[in-house]
Design a protein around this ligand. Structure first.
Ligand SMILES: Nc1ncnc2c1ncn2[C@@H]1O[C@H](COP(=O)(O)OP(=O)(O)OP(=O)(O)O)[C@@H](O)[C@H]1O
Length: 231
């Protein structure tokens, strides 16, 4: 279980509070208007932003003082964060060892992760030689080899067309189910949120609220969400 215990995050004069838990293995969409603080929330959970107050717990262990690399967390960003001068296999290998000194077993793990995301045969290509969807798959393979139990997705597929985006969301869902990972995904699209997650966290008015069923939230949206949905 991920527990946000009395979290307060500040970025200059922007403040965000959060106080809730997410069960292990849950898939949660993080929704809210632009600038509401969705990325801020994920960055704080990942350890890229320091907390002003509160604690973060994973399965009861306080991880507040841990660096991003020490946390049980992988994060996938919108721009995929692939290094253009490295091959696909090397980019994925970075998830195992930033120095890329991989054992034979670890190289096999890279190959297996690429196979799992449908990129076998693409090992030697550079990211620039891949389509947008294939780049997303490579970034996802890097998350897979990290084998972390908590995965944070910050609108990773927003540059893809609707069909490809749906395919990627389904793939992430399948992989998360196989590995029993807990997933928090920022989404701008209520349809994507519903497709991917049973639960949603609404970020609005300086607060990230406890997860509630997506369908319930959409059927009876609070004012802040109504504005966002244009209702
Ligand atoms: N590095 C920063 N320094 C100071 N303020 C920041 C910084 N990054 C973001 N902010 C502010 O924090 C608030 C929340 O930003 P954040 O990026 O988390 O919103 P978001 O909900 O993810 O938005 P979007 O949907 O547009 O990506 C905004 O008011 C933004 O201006």
């Amino acid at each position: 279980m991920l527990t946000l215990d009395g979290l307060l995050i500040r970025q200059d004069d922007f403040k965000l509070k959060a106080e809730f838990s997410v069960d292990a293995g849950a898939r949660v969409a993080v929704i809210g208007a632009s600038g509401a603080g969705k990325s801020t929330l994920l960055n704080a959970i990942a350890g890229f932003l320091e907390l002003s107050a509160g604690r973060l717990l994973w399965c009861g262990e306080d991880i507040t003082g841990k660096t991003p690399g020490e946390r049980p967390i992988s994060m996938l960003f919108q721009d995929n964060n692939l290094f253009p001068h490295l091959t696909v296999a090397q980019n994925v290998g970075l998830g195992i060892d930033p120095g890329l000194r991989l054992s034979a077993t670890q190289k096999d793990q890279v190959t297996e992760a690429l196979r799992r995301v449908g990129l076998d045969g693409f090992e030697a290509r550079k990211p620039g030689q891949l389509s947008g969807g294939q780049q997303s798959r490579a970034a996802l393979a890097r998350v897979l080899v990290q084998r972390k139990p908590l995965i944070l997705l910050d609108e990773p597929f927003s540059a893809l067309g609707p069909a490809l985006k749906a395919e990627m969301l389904d793939l992430v869902g399948e992989l998360a189910a196989e590995t029993h990972a807990t997933v928090l995904m920022v989404s701008h699209d209520p349809e994507d949120a519903g497709r991917f997650a049973a639960l949603a966290v609404l970020v609005a008015e300086g607060q990230a609220s406890a997860p509630v069923p997506v369908a319930e939230l959409m059927a009876n949206p609070p004012e802040a969400l109504k504005d966002y949905l244009g209702r």
